[in-house]
Write a protein that binds this ligand. Sequence first.
Ligand SMILES: C[S@@+](CC[C@H](N)C(=O)[O-])C[C@H]1O[C@@H](n2cnc3c(N)ncnc32)[C@H](O)[C@@H]1O
Length: 232
Amino acid sequence: MQNCGTALDEPRVRGVLDRIGGRRGWDPGEEPALDRLLRGRDASPALGDALEVYRTGSFASPPEVGLLLYSAVRSVQPDVVVELGTSYGFSTLHIAAALRDNGHGTVVTTEADPRKVRDATWNFTAAGLESHVEVLPGDAATTLKGFGDQVDLVYLDGWVGSYLDALTVLQPALRPGAQIYANATRRFGVLARPYLDHVRDSANGFYSLEMPLGHGLEASTYVSRDPAAVPA
Ligand SMILES: C[S@@+](CC[C@H](N)C(=O)[O-])C[C@H]1O[C@@H](n2cnc3c(N)ncnc32)[C@H](O)[C@@H]1O
């Protein structure tokens, strides 16, 4: 996709994205640590073990997922975007750049690693996009509570075991038509099952399919708060 004078092309934004991309961006070399965790003796690793692995690198979203998020935010025109998994801010910056180009909106992003919270916050300021970003330090299980009836777009990009809990906490705040993107669901295999089963069952109010980006990006639309209103 070609960028035609978007905030992604602003030198401050591009500079930070390139720096994250060059030094800490999507790096297949980081993947073995996560693979080892997923193939370990414990069939269902705990969040704490996953966070230890995430601490060792960026695990940034693939560039094509960043561009998809930019595009989706331009299309949906959200007031509030919620992200699980900030890391150093690669995906957050794509979302914030789109919000800047829309002229309104905030991305609220949550991250459990305090060092990444600090570095990402610095990156948002360096890119000049800090007015479109709010960072919530801590585990998504507690930080994502208390949104009003206002969330238009969600990006889940952390430990897959957190996805269903995060969506359940956020569901009362989703506006009808809200888009939910869940990254890397294919690579997590059986651990992603409870989340995928939930969003692929229209009785729960979602329509969902996997997009062939990165390690599988599950794209879901929230069609109704009232399961009875969803056509069979
Ligand atoms: C795949 S990386 C996120 C990459 C980021 N979205 C990007 O594109 O640069 C996952 C991040 O989520 C964080 N994380 C994982 N599970 C979390 C949870 N339950 N609550 C908060 N942060 C979490 C990890 O510390 C890690 O930094």
